[in-house]
Design a protein around this ligand. Structure first.
Ligand SMILES: *Cc1c(COP(=O)(O)O)cnc(C)c1O
Length: 378
């Protein structure tokens, strides 16, 4: 079984040999029972069954296993959110006294976690542009242990040079970690290109239906073993029901990504033609399967931005992405709100930047809705 479309449906679920349900049951239980002390001891000897849901549950294991299969990695573990997946991934490599080099355009929550929370725990991070190899190498110190970035960044869809990250890491004996949320393994499988750890906010495309908050991290077996210990010991476990919903959503990951990427490409093309759109941020090339479903635009200063957001009809304004419905977000007002004005300006976040998460609707309807909103806000 090789192809992604097949693996996405046939990985993960370990069917109970007596009950044989087609769909995975929800193991909504805090603990598992034992009928003797010998059986209990057997758990510790073989680790092949379950004890307590915080330490392991069939539904969360299904998600970890599925993500690992799809990314082509030997191991994976699910966690309570994308941010906790990133945390346990980082902590599988870094400890107090260590130094991390992160791309300056990482997700806002990750930026804050590295800059504040992990700093207070003794892990220091330098944020640099990952565009030039020299900038990354210049930031390397004696105690650097990890290079951290994202496969496609937010909100301007910069596609990371994974080969460059891997070659710098090899040369300097560092580990590498990327957040693959925007691309999903349908488009990019950075583990197969030599990245050690890959994290996802499964809240986004893995789940795909905006009804769950979840995370998953996959990678080298010994690092994921450590990440799993962090999930257990820091209490960052995912609930069985949320894991079940995420796995249910993931069954259509390839169908959704294919359609959403195609719709996004069509919208990007149409908006490039629109004279009231100064710039369209959509990658030229991500993978043979498409270029992703996120499009950002710089609207003309001649437009009334507030009127634009009021004229979007069925397109809702939300501070998230990756659901089956097309939605918009306002980076200046949400994801990049906390950045100092100089940083906002340097990154190009201004009053007329809009981020669009393209859904699975009819592509002509999507194009028409945005064209109309632009028309109405002149
Ligand atoms: C949403 C997001 C996260 C954080 O995930 P949560 O599930 O909200 O914790 C991390 N990285 C990226 C790229 C995201 O879009």
């Amino acid at each position: 079984m090789k192809k992604f479309e097949t693996k996405v449906l046939h990985s993960g679920y370990k069917q109970d040999k007596t009950i044989k349900s087609k769909a995975t049951p929800i193991y909504q239980t805090s603990a598992f029972t034992f009928s003797s002390l010998e059986e209990l001891e057997g758990f510790y000897q073989t680790n092949s069954s379950y004890l307590y849901t915080r330490t392991g549950n069939p539904n969360t294991d299904e998600l970890g296993g599925l993500a690992a299969q799809l990314e082509g990695a030997p191991a994976g573990v699910a966690s309570s959110s994308g941010l906790s997946a990133i945390l346990v991934g980082i902590l599988s490599v870094a400890k107090a006294g260590d130094h991390i080099i992160a791309a300056e355009d990482v997700y806002g929550g990750t930026f804050h976690m590295l800059k504040e929370e992990l700093k207070h725990l003794g892990i220091e991070t330098s944020f640099v542009s990952f565009v030039q190899q020299e900038e990354i190498e210049r930031a390397i110190k004696e105690n650097t242990v990890l290079l951290y970035s994202e496969t496609i960044t937010n909100p301007f869809m910069r596609v990371e040079d994974i080969q460059q990250m891997v070659s710098i890491a090899k040369k300097h004996s560092l580990k590498t970690m990327v957040d693959n949320t925007f691309a999903t393994p349908y488009l990019l499988r950075p583990y197969e290109s030599g990245i050690n750890i890959v994290a996802h906010s499964a809240t986004k495309y893995f789940g795909g239906h905006s009804d769950v908050t979840a995370g998953v991290v996959v990678g080298d077996a010994e690092l994921i073993q450590k990440a799993r210990e962090k999930v257990v010991n820091l209490g960052a476990n995912l609930s069985p029901f949320e894991a079940w919903l995420t796995c249910r959503g993931a069954k259509t990951l390839s169908l959704r990504m294919e359609k959403q990427s195609r719709n996004a490409a069509a919208l990007a093309r149409a908006l490039k033609e629109n004279e009231l759109v100064d710039r369209v941020y959509y990658p030229d090339y991500v993978s043979p399967n498409g270029n992703g479903a996120m499009v950002s635009i710089q609207l003309s200063q001649d437009l009334d931005i507030s009127a634009f957001f009021k004229s979007l009809g069925w397109v809702k304004i939300v501070p998230t992405l990756a659901g089956v419905e097309t939605t918009v977000s306002y980076p200046l007002g949400t994801s990049h709100r906390a950045l100092p004005p100089e940083a906002q300006e340097r990154l190009g976040i201004n009053t007329h930047v809009v981020r669009i998460s393209v859904g699975i609707e009819d592509s002509e309807d999507i194009v028409e809705q945005f064209s109309e909103a632009i028309r109405l806000s002149r």
